[in-house]
Write a protein that binds this ligand. Structure first.
Ligand code: GCU
Length: 621
């Protein structure tokens, strides 16, 4: 009997693993540690040597067989010849170095359009602290696929260009000096990836965010979720009985362990019994100052066990939909939003630093925004943490964009993995109010099922936030209908429209009649027109700032006539951004110029039209 049980168990495990895509298995291997900024870390940022390898010579032999781990010609193995006669046809040298974090495209002209493989190599010494028991290698993001090797041993593989991942390093691999860390980065696009082949943004490749060695004790806090519970009746959330509801996960815990949550400013100190590495937490939060864009109050929150401790700043607020309204802390809000890519236009590069985040947030604030849609993928953690601090509501999205392979179960697994990584990293960020499962995806039953599954996952992972996606509209009998089937499952109905840019002229807005099938809040997640910064002509001249200005004037007047479920908009887009799809030789040259701010950081005329509208929507109550 025992034999049969073992066989059945082995079959079940095998079946489960076989049903996980290769990507999921590798991503599943990484146990994502959160709040890295509060851990004992050693930064590996800085100059990394590289080899450009478009034919993947370092990975496949000349018969195109994957090289074995000990293969001397594999690019993860030493590049030092044994002696003067030894043949080595790969090598890392300072003259071929890239900055990490950072995309490669903007660091050297030869990389501008490069899509392929680059091997990164960093040597580091490492002295393990006495209190350290676990060592992880943590990446903020690598676009798109990362194969990670340390001292010739494969640590793992991760796919997904905009979410963090980590691999535990076995003691036997680490050395005190000259550790040989090699990362193979591949940013080629594929039909069965997320995103898929076609996107209207630049395919910036590389180790685009921070890299850290993370040291943890034998028993450590992996992750925790500490946010306000949605009260039964959202309108009645008096600050004196707000309630936190969440959980704490502890790895390597003994059978029974205590976890504590302290919020000194509120004189809160609660303890919870951790069983099998997990405990739910629930407690009242009397007299809490609720977080909002107007008052982005953050509290120092300490999570500890007898062996580990993390500290970070967390804001407390509630967000929900009630009828046709979105309620922040029980009060209806109007979202004065703007879309933004993770890009610094003046330098044509991926944003990744606190300074970059403050630039983009500062521009949005100067536009009188209280909300930003981080398009079309999770932005860097500094962005969401700075949004907490400066007070901007955030829509955060996974790149299920356009023509994803919705009938491919492996692709669903990849999208789920990225959704999970996005929510895990940021589920304690008060600024994030909306998780978006995608953008402008073509209607089909497979697509609606695929995205419905993602919506269910998002709700399961985080019951405190809204879930949405940029949905499709259609025109019938002169009306613009909002009846995308996915709207049944989202909390708010969000649609993109370009009336007067991709169809007709801006004055078409005057006769536009919108009709939504859903009795839910209606949000315009995109609208916009291009203008080459500094090009001036009459308003009928396409590409001029005057045309874009006219477009926004007509759009604003149309928005003023929207039905009462209209809760806001996030026009496309804060600033010009690179796109390989935009090839008008006079007005684009590889840039999508729908920005309200141009490549040089200069505000276009339309900026002021939108700002005036938003200023008129600011209510003091
Ligand atoms: C689409 C899409 C954006 C794109 C924009 C445009 O709505 O969501 O990613 O850049 O339109 O055409 O400029």
């Amino acid at each position: 009997m025992k034999f049969l049980q073992n066989k059945l168990f082995a079959f079940a495990v095998t079946f489960f693993l076989l049903n996980l895509s290769a990507n999921q298995i590798c991503n599943a291997q990484s146990k994502l540690i959160t709040n890295i900024g509060s851990r004992k870390t050693t930064s590996l940022n800085g100059k990394w040597q590289y080899i450009v390898d478009p034919y993947e010579t370092g990975f496949y032999d000349y018969r195109y067989q994957e090289r074995k781990e000990k293969d001397r010609e594999a690019y993860w193995n030493s590049d030092v010849p044994d002696n003067k006669t030894d043949r080595k046809e790969h090598g890392y040298a300072d003259k071929y170095s890239l900055n990490v974090p950072g995309d490669w495209n903007s660091q050297d002209a030869k990389f501008l359009y490069y899509e392929g493989n680059v091997w990164y190599k960093k040597s580091f010494d490492y002295k393990k602290s006495a209190s350290t028991n676990h060592v992880f290698l943590y990446f903020g993001a690598v676009n798109y696929r990362a194969d990670v090797y340390l001292n010739g041993h494969k640590l793992g593989m991760h796919k997904g260009g905009f979410t963090p991942f980590d691999f535990e390093i076995d003691d036997s691999i680490l050395k005190e000096t000259n550790n040989y860390l090699v990362v193979k980065v591949d940013n080629k696009r594929f039909k069965d990836e997320v995103p898929t082949l076609n996107t209207d943004w630049w395919n910036y490749g590389g180790i685009t965010r921070d890299v850290d060695i993370v040291e943890l004790p034998a028993s450590y806090i992996t992750d925790y979720f500490i946010q306000l519970k949605r009260p039964a009746d959202p309108v009645k959330i008096p600050p004196d009985n707000a309630e936190v509801e969440g959980w704490i996960k502890v790895s390597g815990a003994s059978e029974k362990q205590t976890a504590n949550i302290e919020i000194p400013e509120l004189k809160i100190k609660k303890s919870f019994e951790v069983i099998d590495g997990f405990c739910k937490v629930s407690f009242k939060l009397p007299k809490v100052q609720l977080w909002s864009p107007e008052n982005p109050k953050l509290y120092r929150v300490i999570v500890s066990t007898n062996a580990d401790k993390t500290v970070e700043k967390i804001g407390f607020r509630t967000i929900e939909v009630k009828g046709k309204q979105v309620l922040l802390n029980g009060k209806p809000i109007f979202m004065r939003g703007i879309c933004v890519h993770e890009e610094i236009p003046q330098e044509g590069r991926r944003a990744y630093s606190k300074q970059d985040a403050l630039q983009l947030l500062g521009w949005a604030k100067s536009l009188s925004c209280n909300m930003m849609r981080l398009a079309h993928y999770p932005h860097d953690e500094t962005m969401t943490r700075m949004a907490d601090s400066v007070g901007v509501l955030i829509w955060s999205e996974i790149p299920v964009y356009w023509t994803i392979e919705f009938t491919n179960n492996e692709v669903l697994g990849k999208a789920k993995a990225q959704l999970s990584e996005m929510i895990t990293r940021d589920h304690n960020r008060a600024s994030i109010i909306i998780w978006s499962v995608g953008n402008e995806t073509p209607l089909s039953q497979a697509r609606t099922d695929f995205m419905h599954a993602l919506i269910d996952d998002a709700r399961q992972a985080d019951p405190t936030r809204l879930v949405s996606a940029a949905l499709e509209t259609r025109t019938e009998n002169g009306k613009i209908l909002i009846d995308d089937p996915l709207g049944q499952f989202t909390d708010l109905v969000s649609v993109n429209e370009y009336l007067g840019w991709y169809g007709g002229l801006p004055n078409n807005c005057r006769t536009a009649r919108w009709e939504s099938k859903y009795d839910k809040p209606l949000f315009f997640s995109e609208t916009g027109a291009e203008a080459k910064g500094g090009f001036h002509a009459d308003s009928l001249t396409r590409w001029s700032e005057e045309y874009q200005e006219w477009y926004y004037k007509e759009q604003v007047e149309m928005m003023k006539r929207m039905p009462d479920n209209y809760v806001g908009m996030s026009p496309w887009i804060l600033s010009d951004f690179r796109s390989p799809k935009r090839n008008n030789p006079l007005y684009q040259e590889g840039w999508n110029n729908k920005g309200l701010i141009d490549h040089d950081g200069k505000k276009k005329k339309a900026f002021y039209v939108l700002k005036a509208y938003y200023d008129s929507k600011i209510t003091t109550k």
